[in-house]
Ligand binder design. Structure first.
Ligand code: CP
Length: 324
C-alpha cells in the first residue's frame, strides 16, 4: 500500500514527478469542463479532526475533479465527541469500502499510525498532523516557487537548485516549516529559518537549513520569503509574544518587503493574521502569492491522488518505518 505521510519520504524524482503532474492537472482547470474520469468508482474519505479551510476544500475539489466519490467527515458532530477512538472511526470507514483516507489530526504521528496499523487497507494521505508534517502544503509551495522563480514551462522536469528560501516566524509549532525544510532541501534549495529564539525547535541544528534571528539582513538574500502564523492555539498563554514586539522584529511590512530583491515573492500558507506576521499592504500586494498557493493546492492534490490511486508510475514513496 502506498501512502503520503511526510515530505521527507519523497525523493527528488518523486517530488519533480508530482510537480510535473500537477502542471498537467492545472491545464484541466483551464478547460470549460474541469473534470477527468480517472478516479470514477473510487471512494475517498476526508477525515478532519482539526479545523481547516484551504486543505479540506482543496482536497474535496481535487477529488471531485478526478470524479471520485467523496465522503466528508469532521470530528465535530461525529461520534468522536462521544469518545470513539481513531481505530474504531477508521474501521467504521473501512467497512464502507474506502480507497483513500485524507487525514488531518492534532496528534503528530496519527496518519503514520493509520497507515501502518493494519486497521485499514486504504491509502493514507497526511493533510497535517500536529506540529509534524503537512506534505501537500510543502508540495504546493514548491510548485508555486517553481512557477514563479523558474517558469511554468521552463520549470518542467526542474527542481529548485540554488533558490534561496527564507521561512519566518513560529517554526516551533509549524508542520509547514518542517515539511518545507525537508522538501526544499530535497529539491536543492537553500533554506534559512528566521524566528524568535523562543520559537525555534530544540534540535534544529540537525535540520538541513540555516537559522537566523535577524530578518532584515536575510531579506536581501531571499528569492522567496514564507511568513508563518503564530500558532497561539498550540502555545501556553504565558509564552504568547506580544503582537507589537513580534511585528516589530519579525513582521513583514512594506518597508521590509522593499529590502527583498525585485523578483522575490512573499508566501504564506494561510490562515494569515494580518497585522501580526504580515501587514495588509504586503498581503494584498502583487508579490504575495497566498491566493495563488490555494489555487495551486488543487492541482497538487489532484496529482497526488492520481499518482497514488490512478497512475502507473512509482511516484509517491512507501510510508516511513520510523515513527517520529
Ligand atoms: N494552509 C493550511 O493548511 O490551511 P488550513 O488550515 O485552512 O487547511
Amino acid at each position: 500500500q502506498r501512502h503520503l505521510i511526510s515530505a521527507a519520504d519523497l525523493t527528488r524524482d518523486d517530488a519533480v514527478l508530482i510537480l510535473d503532474t500537477a502542471e498537467e492537472m492545472a491545464r484541466v482547470a483551464d478547460r470549460p469542463i474541469k473534470k477527468l474520469p480517472t478516479l470514477r468508482g473510487r471512494t475517498i474519505v476526508n477525515l478532519f479532526f482539526e479545523d481547516s479551510t484551504r486543505t479540506r476544500i482543496s482536497f474535496e475539489a481535487a477529488e471531485k475533479r478526478l470524479s471520485a466519490d467523496v465522503i466528508n467527515f469532521t470530528a465535530k458532530g461525529s461520534s468522536v465527541s462521544k469518545g470513539e477512538s481513531l481505530k474504531d472511526t477508521a474501521q467504521t470507514l473501512e467497512a464502507m469500502g474506502v480507497d483513500a483516507v485524507v487525514i488531518r489530526h492534532g496528534a503528530s504521528g496519527a496518519p503514520y499510525r493509520l497507515a501502518t496499523s493494519g486497521w485499514i487497507d486504504a491509502a493514507v494521505i497526511n493533510a497535517g498532523d500536529g506540529t509534524h508534517q503537512h506534505p501537500t502544503q510543502a508540495l504546493l509551495d514548491a510548485f508555486t516557487m517553481r512557477r514563479r522563480l523558474v517558469g511554468r514551462d521552463a520549470g518542467l522536469g526542474q527542481d529548485l537548485s540554488g533558490k534561496r528560501i527564507t521561512v519566518v516566524g513560529d517554526v516551533l509549532h509549524s508542520r509547514v516549516a518542517r515539511s518545507n525544510v525537508d522538501l526544499l532541501h530535497t529539491l536543492g534549495a537553500e533554506v534559512t529559518l528566521v524566528a524568535p529564539p523562543t520559537l525555534v525547535p530544540v534540535g534544529v541544528e540537525t535540520w538541513p537549513c540555516e537559522v537566523s534571528y535577524d530578518l532584515d539582513s536575510t531579506l536581501p538574500k531571499s528569492d522567496a520569503v514564507m511568513m508563518l502564523r503564530v500558532q497561539r492555539e498550540r502555545m501556553n498563554a504565558a509564552f504568547f509574544p506580544t503582537e507589537r514586539e513580534y511585528s516589530r522584529r519579525y513582521g513583514l511590512d512594506g518597508d521590509r518587503m522593499a529590502k527583498m530583491p525585485e523578483h522575490a515573492i512573499v508566501m504564506h500558507p494561510g490562515p494569515m493574521v494580518r497585522g501580526m506576521e504580515i501587514t495588509a499592504e504586503v498581503a494584498d500586494s502583487e508579490r504575495c502569492t497566498v491566493v495563488e498557493q490555494v489555487a495551486n493546492g488543487v492541482s497538487i492534490r489532484m496529482a497526488v491522488l492520481y499518482l497514488l490511486l490512478g497512475g502507473n508510475e512509482p511516484a509517491v514513496t512507501h510510508a516511513r518505518t520510523n515513527e517520529e
